[in-house]
Design a protein around this ligand. Structure first.
Ligand code: C5P
Length: 226
C-alpha cells in the first residue's frame, strides 16, 4: 500500500482541522495541524512582548524556539519549548496576531522544515495554508477547502458558543475575512489554491460528507477497497 501525503489547505474556519483529523483517524494516518505551530510561535512573541512589526527580533526568537506536536490520548497537543500551550494558542489575542508572525520568512522556514520532517515517511494528513503549494508540492492528494465567509463565521460562532463565548456573526465574518486577506497577500508562501488541488466548497456539506468525499479519493489512489 502506498504511503500517502495528503495536503489540505484553505482559508480560516473552513473546517480543515476537523475534517483532516477525522480523515487521519479513518486511515490510521498522522494528523498535523500546522496552524497550531504558527499559533504557538505567536503566543511566545506576545508573551515576550515583542512588537509585531519587529521582524528581526521575531526571526531571532524563532531560532531559539522549539515547537512540537505530540499525539497524546488521541489528542493533538502543542508544546512550546517543552510547555503544553494547546489551549492558550486559541485565544482571540493569538488569533489576531498570528497572520503578522506567520508572514515572517524565518518563522516559516523553521515550521516548514519541521513539517517536512514529520511527513518524510508518508501516512500523514497536514492542514494549513501552504501545504500543497510549498511544504509538499508533490503531495499525493491536495484538497482546497473553502466555504462562503458567512457560513464560516456561523460555524465559528457555534464553536465559541459551546465554550460560553458569544460573538456577533458579522464581527466574526470581518475577522475571518481580514485574516484571509493578510494570509493571501503576504509575500512568502501566501494562501492560494494549488493548480492541481481538488476544490471542496463545504458551504452546504456536512462534516461526514466532507470526510467521505476525501476518504473516497484516497481509496481510489491506494486501490484499497476497505
Ligand atoms: O489554521 P489556523 O486558523 O489555526 O491558522 C492560524 C494562522 O496561522 C493562519 O491565519 C495563518 O496566518 C497561519 N498559517 C500559515 N501557514 C499554515 C498554517 C497556518 O501561515 N500552513
Amino acid at each position: 500500500l502506498k504511503k500517502l501525503v495528503i495536503a489540505i489547505d484553505g482559508p480560516a474556519a473552513s473546517g480543515k482541522s476537523t475534517t483532516a483529523r477525522l480523515i487521519a483517524e479513518r486511515l490510521g494516518y498522522l494528523f498535523v495541524d500546522t496552524g497550531a505551530m504558527y499559533r504557538a510561535m505567536t503566543f511566545k512573541v506576545l508573551e515576550q512582548q515583542l512588537p509585531l512589526d519587529d521582524v528581526e527580533a521575531i526571526a531571532r526568537l524563532a531560532e531559539r524556539t522549539e515547537i512540537q506536536l505530540r499525539h497524546q490520548n488521541n489528542q493533538l497537543r502543542v508544546f512550546l519549548d517543552g510547555r503544553d500551550v494547546t489551549s492558550e494558542i486559541r485565544s482571540p489575542r493569538v488569533t489576531r496576531a498570528v497572520s503578522a508572525v506567520s508572514s515572517i520568512k524565518q518563522v516559516r522556514e523553521m515550521m516548514v522544515r519541521e513539517q517536512r520532517r514529520m511527513g518524510e515517511k508518508g501516512r500523514i494528513v497536514l492542514e494549513g495554508r501552504d501545504i500543497g503549494t510549498e511544504v509538499f508540492p508533490d503531495a499525493n492528494l491536495k484538497v482546497y477547502m473553502t466555504a462562503e465567509v458567512f457560513e464560516r463565521a456561523r460555524r465559528r460562532q457555534k464553536d465559541l458558543q459551546q465554550q460560553g463565548i458569544g460573538v456577533p456573526v458579522d464581527e466574526l465574518a470581518r475577522e475571518i475575512a481580514d485574516r484571509d486577506r493578510k494570509d493571501s497577500e503576504r509575500e512568502v508562501s501566501p494562501l492560494r489554491q494549488a493548480p492541481d488541488a481538488i476544490v471542496l466548497d463545504t458551504s452546504n456539506m456536512t462534516i461526514d460528507e466532507q470526510v467521505e468525499t476525501i476518504v473516497r479519493k484516497v481509496r481510489s489512489l491506494t486501490g484499497s477497497v476497505s
